[in-house]
Design a protein around this ligand. Structure first.
Ligand code: ZN
Length: 350
């Protein structure tokens, strides 16, 4: 059984994601977070979730662009905070706008008083499927965001725009909780989800993909931030070739060989439900996700290898994009309007 839902809500640190790109950001993130090990940020909500009723649409051409990092500024003028009712049930929202000059990290650190590195990470992750901010950022691009610091966790971004000269358009995402979801995620104004999902992937109950294969040269898989105990299933039928090898680094782990010769590795698990030598069906429960081994936050690390070569799960599985159910579009449009009003009044700091 799959756990058709993602839950948590606070955007993670996808630190690894930031590597390679903005030197500054990288350095900051790595130092602050995990020193290069493999772990996504903390999860806010840890519940199991019921089935969802969102529509899954297959995007034309899989836009598997990796995440981000790089040059985008943020400003801070705090107009319009009061109008953020849909997202804010309290004070403290800030509206920031700036033009990109150097890296995203540097711009943000110049523009905000606190949380700059975490904010850069969160912001970058919002656009990871649409734009590779490591390569695609140009001087003069514009960023906007409505955000708020959260004690002990990553800042929350309620809405964000990125005006890309390369794309010739402005990307816009809005935080919104779909009716059947346990936590908010990010959506485009047309009701399509900002992030893509693997078709037939190993885990459904995650709240965010925090690292793609391409995000870090030394990272060979994809990371799904998920509460400990989330179902991890075998994407395909196959044979469990080994469990719990290299336990200090991998924690509780499972490897399954698919009929096409691909080896799938599932790391940092909690409780295992299968043993080495066992044959498993597609969709069969393998384990509960966890935070074991070299991991600093609850997540599943999913890695594919064939003939000694690492495979990109995004290409191996292909992707699909959810859409808000029709019944939610009206309420969502109100949120979008409010956010747009606030962001539209923001004045660039530089
Ligand atoms: Zn990983």
């Amino acid at each position: 059984m799959r756990n058709d839902r993602y839950q948590a809500d606070v955007p993670p640190y996808a630190l690894y994601a930031l590597l390679g790109a903005s030197l500054i950001l990288n350095v900051v993130m790595v130092l602050k977070i995990e020193g290069g090990n493999d772990a996504p940020p903390p999860v806010a909500v840890l519940t199991d979730a019921p089935a969802q009723e969102l529509v899954l649409a297959t995007p034309s051409g899989s836009q598997a662009t990796p995440v981000v990092d790089q040059a985008v500024p943020v400003t801070s003028n705090s107009a319009a905070v009061a109008e953020l009712a849909p997202v804010a049930d309290s004070q403290g929202w800030e509206v920031s706008h700036a033009s990109v000059e150097h890296s995203l990290a540097r711009t943000i650190s110049n523009a905000v008083d606190s949380d700059a590195d975490a904010l850069a990470a969160v912001y970058s992750r919002l656009f990871m499927w649409d734009l590779d901010l490591r390569r695609d950022v140009q001087k003069g691009d514009q960023i906007w965001m409505i955000w708020q610091p959260v004690e002990g966790e990553e800042p929350v971004v309620a809405a964000a725009w990125y005006k890309s000269q390369k794309l010739g358009r402005t990307l816009q995402v809005y935080r919104y909780q779909a009716p059947e979801d346990l936590a908010p995620s990010y959506w485009h104004a047309d009701g399509s989800e900002a992030s893509l999902r693997l078709k037939g992937g190993p885990i459904e109950g995650y709240d965010q993909i925090t690292s793609l294969l391409k995000d870090r040269p030394d990272h060979r898989g994809m990371d799904f931030r998920a509460p400990v105990g989330t179902d991890v299933v075998s994407p395909k039928a196959g044979t469990v070739t080994r469990v719990n090898w290299n336990h200090k680094a991998n924690g509780n782990c499972i490897e399954v060989r698919f009929p096409d010769g691909t080896h799938a590795k599932f790391l940092h698990l909690d409780k295992l439900s299968v043993r080495a030598g066992e044959y498993v069906q597609a969709g069969q429960l393998l384990a509960a996700s966890g935070n074991t081994g070299h991991s600093t936050a609850a997540h599943l690390h999913y890695e594919l290898e064939k003939g000694g070569k690492t495979q990109d799960p995004v290409e191996y599985h292909s992707t699909q994009r959810r859409e808000l159910p029709a019944g939610a579009l009206e309420a969502f449009a109100l949120v979008v309007n409010d956010m747009d009003s606030s962001l539209g009044t923001a004045v660039a700091s530089r």
